[in-house]
Design a protein around this ligand. Structure first.
Ligand SMILES: Nc1nc2c(ncn2[C@@H]2O[C@H](COP(=O)(O)OP(=O)(O)OP(=O)(O)O)[C@@H](O)[C@H]2O)c(=O)[nH]1
Length: 330
């Protein structure tokens, strides 16, 4: 029997594991397919809108809470809105935050009659950072507090085992075995910059409710979960021109000294008043930087930074960044 329901892919994976990189690849390579994107970002300052490939696709942002907790109602509303013009797209991709539990997101497609009859959860695709995943899986949590990285691996229908360039073959094999010890059935696709075969990721019909119910009988009932309250996000927005040299010193020192607890950092900055923004991305102690898309004409250049990690000190981060500002614009 033909299934005319619209396929939905959930992209999940811990902070910095490469979700946005994979999303950009899909939007570039599947160009011509009509894709509706729903993006959930952690923290009050959104950055990913500027990092997602500039495409024809409509991107629905959900920035005011976590998709698996506070904004699940928003997700249902956005899906409902999309269904009212279902002829305008062929598939939906949802990118969760790096700290989301994918189970409540998956449940959304089974609770609501309208959604269940129109949408088909195709697969939960979990991105894994080969370099950092073991420390996150080993991160002991108090009783009742969940380990999101573990949930993301356990719930995956496909794992894109990414950043293979940052580990040795022996380390990669150790990670692969660990992933299979958590989720024996999952198909693992090794990748660098998420260059896995999209044919193994999209339209694969991999999500199987019966299998999930076998391993998690409470899947359709148990909505309660608790995140680690020591992990928070600090968003900073400032006008002004940043001094490139001071910024380098500050960021390098910050990541070296705090990199263990600083899971993720990103920023879009007006450095030295250049025509294009300076975009930096940190994952623990590793830092990448590149020029972003040119600042929009006639629009104010607002510096935006986000830090996500354990026991973050907002005042210290703000003071550190403020000291990098060469010129403050009121
Ligand atoms: N060395 C290396 N770096 C990578 C690879 N894939 C992605 N990166 C870098 O890792 C960083 C995080 O990538 P993103 O795609 O933004 O990760 P994400 O999962 O969307 O991040 P959050 O949404 O913030 O959780 C970026 O600086 C990427 O350039 C890879 O295969 N190897």
């Amino acid at each position: 029997m033909n299934d005319y329901r619209i396929p939905v892919t959930v992209l999940t994976g811990f902070l910095g594991s490469c979700k946005t990189t994979l999303l950009n690849r899909i939007l570039t390579e599947e160009h011509g397919r009509r894709i509706a994107v729903i993006e959930n970002e952690y923290g009050e300052v959104g950055i990913d809108d500027a990092l997602v490939y500039n495409s024809e696709e409509e991107v629905f942002e959900m920035n005011n809470g976590c998709i698996c907790c506070t904004v699940r109602g928003d997700l249902i509303r956005i899906l409902g809105t999309l269904l009212r013009r279902r002829e305008t797209f062929d598939r939906i991709i949802i990118e969760t935050t790096g700290l989301a539990d994918p189970a409540p997101v998956a449940q959304t497609f089974f609770f609501d009659d309208e959604l269940r009859s129109a949408l088909r959860l195709d697969a939960i695709v979990t991105l894994v950072d080969a370099r950092h995943i073991l420390e996150h899986l080993d991160d002991a949590r108090p009783e009742g507090v969940e380990n999101e990285a573990l949930e993301q691996v356990a719930f995956a229908d496909r794992i894109v085992l990414n950043k293979t360039d940052l580990v040795t073959p022996t380390e990669l094999e150790r990670v692969r075995r660990r992933l299979l010890s958590i989720n024996a059935m999952v198909e693992i696709l090794p990748a660098t910059r998420a260059d896995a075969d999209l044919g193994r990721i999209l339209d694969v019909g991999a999500f199987d409710l019966d299998r999930v119910l076998e391993s998690e009988p409470g899947f359709l009932m148990d909505l309660e979960h608790e995140h680690d309250a020591t992990v928070t996000s600090v968003g900073i927005e400032r006008r002004g021109v940043v001094d490139g040299d001071r910024l380098q010193v500050w960021l390098t020192d910050l990541l070296r000294e705090r990199g263990v607890d600083l899971f993720r950092s990103k920023g879009i900055l007006d450095v030295d008043a250049l025509p294009r923004p300076y975009v930096f991305q940190g994952v623990h102690m590793l830092l990448d930087a590149e020029d972003g898309r040119p600042w929009p004409e006639g629009q104010e250049r607002l510096n935006r930074l986000v830090f996500i990690g354990r026991n973050l000190d907002r005042a210290e981060l703000e003071a550190g960044f403020d000291a990098c500002l060469a010129r403050v614009v009121a």
